[in-house]
Design a protein around this ligand. Structure first.
Ligand code: SF4
Ligand code: F3S
Ligand code: FES
Length: 233
């Protein structure tokens, strides 16, 4: 079928401001938006710029705004979107070119919560064992692929990018509730600061945007509760 794709484009080396470009092409209903973008790049305009790597919803590199909603281009099917598709870069991060945004502010927030296992106990001969129940406590937040769809859909982040954002809180949750980790109080103290969890206004955009179907808002509430009560297990 023939589809029309409107893309928000911007090349800071030659454009004074962003503009809309429209492309017409044939696509199959089961094509993904990523296939459509590759088709346009290969056959109509090689300068169209976007990120992608795995093309299978794993690497998190092709999050963008598709028909007004944050999605992964490799998971959005033409048949679910119709014959007119609108594609824009993620909001709240500076545009480098077209659909490619500068992720450094996002990575800075990610690094701020110290996303690595803290445990100074002497390592055992084999792995650090954990019960299935203890593993289940933080299973959901291990599914995060750091695509930034949540953080860049959050009005609190749009208003002030110093807010650590839902993705960083999700990553903190993954370690705070891991009983092999000893850094929970360090992370809770970081997230109790002014730019931490208190900036969340329970808008739920993050939960709706997450391509991994993580209950992001609920996880943020769990971290907030741990800060207030001091209980982490
Ligand atoms: Fe992406 Fe979901 Fe992780 Fe946010 S929580 S970065 S939306 S995978
Ligand atoms: Fe933002 Fe999600 Fe909270 S959209 S305000 S982080 S519930
Ligand atoms: Fe890797 Fe889409 S290209 S998640």
């Amino acid at each position: 079928m023939n589809i029309k794709v409107k893309i928000r484009r911007f090349n800071p080396e030659k454009d004074r401001k962003p503009y809309w470009a429209e492309y017409s092409l044939d696509a199959q209903p089961w094509d993904r938006v990523l296939d459509v973008l590759v088709n346009i790049k290969e056959n109509q305009d090689g300068s169209l710029t976007f990120r992608r790597s795995c093309a299978h919803g794993i690497c998190g590199s092709d999050a963008m705004v598709i028909d007004g909603r944050n999605r992964l281009a490799c998971k959005a099917l033409v048949k679910d979107l119709g014959k007119r598709i609108v594609v824009e870069p993620l909001r709240g991060l500076p545009v480098i070119k077209d659909l490619t945004v500068d992720m450094e502010p996002f990575w800075r927030q990610y690094r701020s919560i110290q996303p690595f296992l803290m445990n100074d106990d002497p390592p055992p001969y084999t792995e650090r064992l954990q019960s299935p129940e203890a593993r289940a406590r933080f299973d959901e937040t291990t599914k995060c692929i750091l695509c930034a769809a949540c953080t860049t859909s959050c009005p609190s982040f749009w208003a002030d990018a110093s807010y650590v954002g839902p993705a960083a809180i999700i990553q903190a949750h993954r370690f705070i509730f891991d009983d092999r980790d000893h850094g929970a109080q360090v992370r809770l103290a970081i997230l109790a600061e002014g730019n931490g969890v208190w900036r969340c206004r329970t808008v739920y955009n993050c939960t709706e945007a997450c391509p991994r179907e993580i209950e992001v808002t609920r996880a943020i509430r769990e971290v907030t509760r741990a800060i207030v009560t001091g209980e982490i297990r």
